[in-house]
Unconditional design. Structure first.
Length: 163
């Protein structure tokens, strides 16, 4: 993981970050476009409501991204005042297994701790099993009482990490 750097995304990188995020989520949907694509692509809106972090390798290639959203952000559904949420974690297919996803989540954990928050939350689709394994190995626990549906046909399960 030493060849991976996580940092805030620069506005000049927003288009590439959005394109990567859309591609990863479309891949999860079997290549089909979805209603969520516009929100995934709009990195400027995410950065205005939270913090967008990217993982890059030593050559500067984009490996993945994540959005950290404090309570009060439109991206921080299911959060309390002393909590934050991370969303839209996306890792390029060729970068999987290299530690980029873990590094991005660790950045969110560190950021939440630096803000003195009590808990970090996330919502995920049931089909994202590799991500679930990552969260569980990092100490996140399932919070089934908080599972929710942002719209009919989209069911999300939740995890939380007490800080």
């Amino acid at each position: 993981m030493s060849d991976i750097t996580v940092r805030r995304a620069d506005p000049a990188e927003y288009d590439a970050v959005g394109a990567l995020t859309v591609a990863v989520y479309r891949d999860l949907r079997g290549g089909h476009p979805g209603e969520y694509d516009a929100q995934l692509q709009d990195v400027a809106a995410r950065a205005a409501q939270g913090e967008v972090y990217i993982a890059v390798d030593s050559d500067g290639h984009l490996l993945g991204s994540v959005t950290f959203a404090p309570h009060g952000s439109e991206y921080a559904e299911q959060s309390a005042p002393d909590e934050a949420v991370f969303r839209m974690l996306a890792v390029a297919p060729g970068a999987r297994g290299r530690g980029a996803g873990r590094a991005l989540v660790e950045t969110c954990v560190d950021r939440a701790r630096s803000l003195g928050l009590r808990r970090l939350r996330l919502s995920t689709q049931l089909s994202m099993r590799a991500a679930h394994r990552l969260y569980e190995t990092m100490g996140f626990t399932r919070t089934p009482d908080d599972d929710w549906s942002p719209r009919p046909g989209i069911d999300l399960i939740t995890y939380a990490l007490d800080l």
